[in-house]
Design a protein around this ligand. Structure first.
Ligand SMILES: Nc1nc(=O)c2c([nH]1)NC[C@@H]1CN(c3ccc(C(=O)N[C@@H](CCC(=O)O)C(=O)O)cc3)C=[N+]21
Length: 281
């Protein structure tokens, strides 16, 4: 069996087209959805992502600003800038690119963003809102994964879903969303004993560990839907997922590629959240 490739790039483009009307309606009211990204330090991977996002936003006629700060910027300086952006009525979304330098406390920074402008959905109150079933902003990557599963008509009710990786930005919100759709969810982490015993049971397997090609075909249930959230750049410059694609594609019924899978969906869901923020403002 050869797996269906879930084309994230094509789905992202389709969603972009569907957003055009909402963008136009806002413009007719004199509103241009606007996002500001704060980038601290000069991590090359972060720079690639920030540029790609900026291009997507400007292509669709949205406003996108990138504020670049040196790695040694103090936490207080960063917080002061965020407070200033919180008060800017023409701005709808604020995103602080992660990871931040070690001397800065990530949670303090994120929780200083106004929850109404937290288009990443990372603020503690937005995380809480997701947990209690009234989400304000759904974190972009798990939100994109749900859209990919919907596009394949994957039945989540009563399905066994296994999420490998328990981060605040992907694994945990992913598990909540799958659970909300009626799946029975297991979250695995780096301490999990006998990881394969879990992954082998999964009808839907989401891998978000940041460990290149750690899930191989022999760990996957035949016919499973495999979602690879990993984007790892190898020494050869090539992108690799957290799933070993060649072996996994022989076992799965559907699988996301890297690149061209979850990555483009993350960016388009950021667009969705920013437009929603502008509509609510
Ligand atoms: N506050 C915050 N929010 C984020 O959402 C966030 C972040 N920080 N920090 C970094 C990670 C990473 N991330 C990516 C999104 C899309 C691609 C993407 O579109 N990748 C292309 C390939 C791009 C390439 O060639 O490098 C693809 O998968 O096809 C990659 C990486 C968002 N992140």
């Amino acid at each position: 069996m050869t797996a269906t490739v879930i084309d994230g790039k094509a789905l992202a483009n389709q969603i972009k087209e569907e957003l055009a009307q909402r963008i136009q309606t806002l413009k007719n009211k004199g509103v241009i959805p606007a996002l500001t990204v704060i980038l601290v330090g000069d991590d090359p991977a972060s720079a690639v992502y920030v540029n790609s996002k900026h291009n997507t936003f400007t292509q669709l006629g949205l406003k996108s600003d990138v504020l670049r700060f040196p790695a040694e910027t103090s936490q207080e300086e960063l917080l002061a800038k965020i407070r200033e952006l919180n008060n800017d009525k023409t701005l709808h979304g604020i995103l602080v690119q992660l990871p931040l330098p070690k001397h800065i406390d990530t949670n303090t920074v994120i929780d200083t963003i106004s929850p109404e402008k937290d288009v990443d959905g990372f603020h503690v109150s937005n995380a809480g809102a997701l947990m209690t079933g009234n989400p304000r902003f759904i974190p972009c990557t798990p939100y994109g994964v749900i859209k990919m599963l919907e596009s394949q008509n994957v039945n989540l009710k009563g399905a066994e879903a296994v999420v490998v990786g328990a981060s605040n930005i992907v694994g945990k919100p992913m598990a909540l969303l799958l659970q909300k759709e009626g799946a029975t969810v297991t979250i695995c982490n780096s301490k999990t004993k006998d990881l394969t015993s879990h992954t082998k049971r999964a009808d839907i397997l989401v891998v978000a560990t940041g460990r290149p090609e750690m899930v191989t075909g022999d760990m996957i249930k035949p016919g499973a839907v495999v979602i690879d959230v990993g984007i790892n750049r190898g020494a050869d410059g090539k992108l690799k997922g957290d799933v070993e694609y060649a072996s996994a594609a022989q076992v799965a019924s559907a699988i996301t590629p890297v690149p061209g899978g979850v990555g483009p969906m993350t960016i388009v869901m950021l667009l969705v959240n920013t437009i929603e923020a502008a509509e609510r403002a």
